[in-house]
Design a protein around this ligand. Sequence first.
Ligand code: F6P
Length: 365
Amino acid sequence: KRNVGIMTSGGDAPGMNAAVRAVVRAAIFRGCKAFAIKEGYTGLVEGGEDYIKEMKWQDVRGLLSEGGTNIGTARCMEFKERWGRLLGCKHLIEAGIDALIVCGGDGSLTGADLFRAEWPSLIQELLETNQITQEQYDRHKHLYICGMVGSIDNDMATTDSTIGGYSSLERICKAIDYIDATASSHSRAFVVEVMGRHCGWLALMAGIATSADYIFIPEKPSSSKVWQDQMCNIVGQHRAKGKRKTIVIVAEGAITSDLQPISCKDVKDVLVNRLGLDTRITTLGHVQRGGTAVAFDRILATLQGVEAVKAVLELTPDTPSPLIAIDENKICRKPLVEAVEKTKNVAAAISERDFEKAMSLRDSE
Ligand code: F6P
């Protein structure tokens, strides 16, 4: 029986609580002890009972529908340093944890992968400096690690959806539905900024679901002249047909083909100056990350949490760490290292303006 730790890390996402609940209960169901590591990697670096707590079945009662993550999350700088990871290694061993499930975005899972790769040298150093006993060394020689993708951005390669993506999308669509009413009433244009970091999934899907007039995403940059002409042409046509509202969605990572950020202000100025539209900007901000998880995210987190526990119990020292994915509607395991690598390559291809490569990497298995 392995002692299983679960942490949530990076930006919170609706469904993370459901993931914690599923992991805790699946671990207990399989006769293991479950531990929550609080405040993401900060909890590992700090250690002790305030940060690493055994969880019982009833400790996760009612969590399924709650938004955010009740065990806390953080973007931890200390864990990016070797000394931080050494402390993390020591604190996991002190708590007796031998399997770690990390629910977070690409940055958090990159950290998890690095931790796994470094584990032998970290534990060796702890033994040589008498910070752990030989017995502890023998028991914890291997760290069994597994990734679950919790992020509203839906930007992780090798999985179709990340926990939180559809909840955030739902929130964005609701907000745009609300904006629609006031936009129509005043015959105004609204430029709506949505999150997603370097990924345009939220903006694109929200655009389709709300029939926005024009969308800006990082994956499809164009020169200022092209987007200005195209947007004015399309919006102008819609207006000429009698449409009383204009919605333009700007992904926060949207860029021009010479890599300049496209701001909502830039877009507003064009709508005002070229089309004479009375225009307002709405930045949805963290509203997109709040609120309860939609059914899809609750189900995804639950099924993946159960699979993550199964995976860490089946892992041997020679099996690569898995990432729990969903691929064509099936919950499955993908190699964590590859998923992290591919995600980094997509980001690199986007910043090198090699968009065809970025798209093919994102689409490929
Ligand atoms: O990664 C999730 C995300 O919400 C991004 O979409 C956004 O760019 C970022 O986190 C915002 O981070 P913070 O909450 O730290 O400001």
